[in-house]
Design a protein around this ligand. Structure first.
Ligand code: 4NP
Length: 181
């Protein structure tokens, strides 16, 4: 349902019956954090993993970026790659890039990891439609979580990275489940 609301992917004929769409374009999801070296590349990798596991590669595309320019061109933080590896996930070769205005046109759903990322992206939105594409990651946190954003592990220890991987693994699976409905 969310997927059709965000992109208009589900169309209905005058008869009220869903139209057959043989060439439906993939639904494009963009994960955003500050530096694009910890949380958002992890979310991208974990979402892609869930998509592959569900055999839905033809239906979804994912990317990630940061609101800041500090790490443009960098690989994900080695501590995040180690946490992903410990949890059984492989690095897909992402290089950090910065969010840009074109991302509003290039993605159906833009998912900031924390409130600061969300404010930064929304400050660049020019229409209500662009703003509506921005939905916080916490929307898909498990109901048992009382967090409202993905904690930034950058200045902490190993356990913070493990926690973020666990939180994002569950949340990206919940996201995919909703999008695939
Ligand atoms: P991320 O984490 O936004 O999850 O990639 C950070 C990466 C770098 C910095 C802060 C947070 N930094 O200050 O350089």
């Amino acid at each position: 349902m969310l997927r059709s609301v965000m992109s208009g992917h589900t169309r209905t004929e005058a008869s009220g019956q869903p139209e057959t769409e043989p060439q439906k374009p993939p639904f494009r999801v963009l994960f955003v954090c500050l530096g694009n070296i910890c949380r958002s590349p992890a979310a991208e990798i974990l979402f892609q993993h869930a998509v592959q596991k569900a055999g839905l590669e033809h239906s979804f595309r994912a990317d990630s970026c940061g609101t800041a320019s500090y790490h443009i061109g960098s690989r994900p933080d080695s501590r995040m790659l180690a946490a992903l590896k410990r949890a059984g996930y492989a690095y897909g070769g992402h290089r950090a890039r910065q969010f840009c205005r074109a991302d509003f046109a290039n993605f159906d759903l833009i998912i900031p990891q924390d409130k600061s990322n969300q404010q930064d992206i929304l400050s660049l939105a020019r229409t209500p439609e662009e703003a509506a594409r921005v939905q916080p990651m916490c929307r898909w946190f498990p109901p048992t979580s009382d967090l409202q954003e993905v904690p930034d592990p950058y200045y902490g220890g190993e356990s913070g990275f493990d926690f973020v991987v666990e939180l994002l693994a569950v949340s990206t699976r919940r996201l995919l489940r909703e999008l695939a409905e």
